[in-house]
Design a protein around this ligand. Structure first.
Ligand code: IDP
Ligand code: MG
Length: 162
């Protein structure tokens, strides 16, 4: 049983998810959170803020050569963003599945972007695309003390830990 619990703890991942200003303005915050929550992922940090354009540029640093970079950073800093950290086994990769393809036109129905967005420039949500990116993005957006470690009441019903 202890081995199962240790294996379970070792599988735990965290990912950075942000609802962009369009998602908040359209009243989709609860809808988006609900999809991660009901899957069984655990919310370990959440806050609302309006990032500066400089901060948005840091967040999207890997895209700085793209023609849409300036508009993208302008947009991310144009209103409230809901920044979150979600935890769970496989949450980085599966979080991206819940979100759908970058271009909502190519996102499957059933995904967040597929169901709730139409164009790439207003695709309502961000999610880390890998382990390193997740670590970097969590460190950029959150202080360590803002990440809450706790045992969810549902954990034993979501994972086969004993
Ligand atoms: P991702 O959000 O699915 O990880 P990235 O390629 O990392 O996609 O791009 C970051 C964000 O930049 C996208 O979510 C989208 O808002 C924006 N973006 C990506 N490609 C384009 C484009 O071709 N035109 C306008 N905006 C784009
Ligand atoms: Mg990306």
């Amino acid at each position: 049983m202890l081995q199962d619990q240790e294996a379970h703890a070792a599988e735990m991942e965290r990912t950075f998810i942000a609802i962009k200003p369009d998602g908040g303005q359209r009243g989709l915050v609860a809808e988006i959170i609900c999809r991660f929550e009901r899957k069984g992922f655990k919310l370990v940090a959440i806050k609302m803020l309006v990032p500066s354009k400089e901060f948005a540029q840091k967040h999207y640093d890997d895209l700085k050569e793209k023609p849409f970079f300036d508009g993208l950073c302008e947009f991310l800093s144009s209103g409230p963003v809901i920044a979150m950290v979600w935890e769970g086994e496989g949450v980085i990769k599966y979080g991206r599945k819940l979100i759908g393809a970058t271009d909502p036109q190519k996102s499957e129905p059933g995904t967040i972007r597929g169901d709730l967005a139409v164009v790439v420039g207003r695709n309502i949500i961000h999610g880390s695309d890998g382990l390193e990116t997740a670590k970097n993005e969590i460190n950029l957006w959150f202080q360590p003390q803002e990440l809450v470690s706790y045992t969810s009441n549902a954990e034993n019903w979501i994972y086969a830990v004993n």
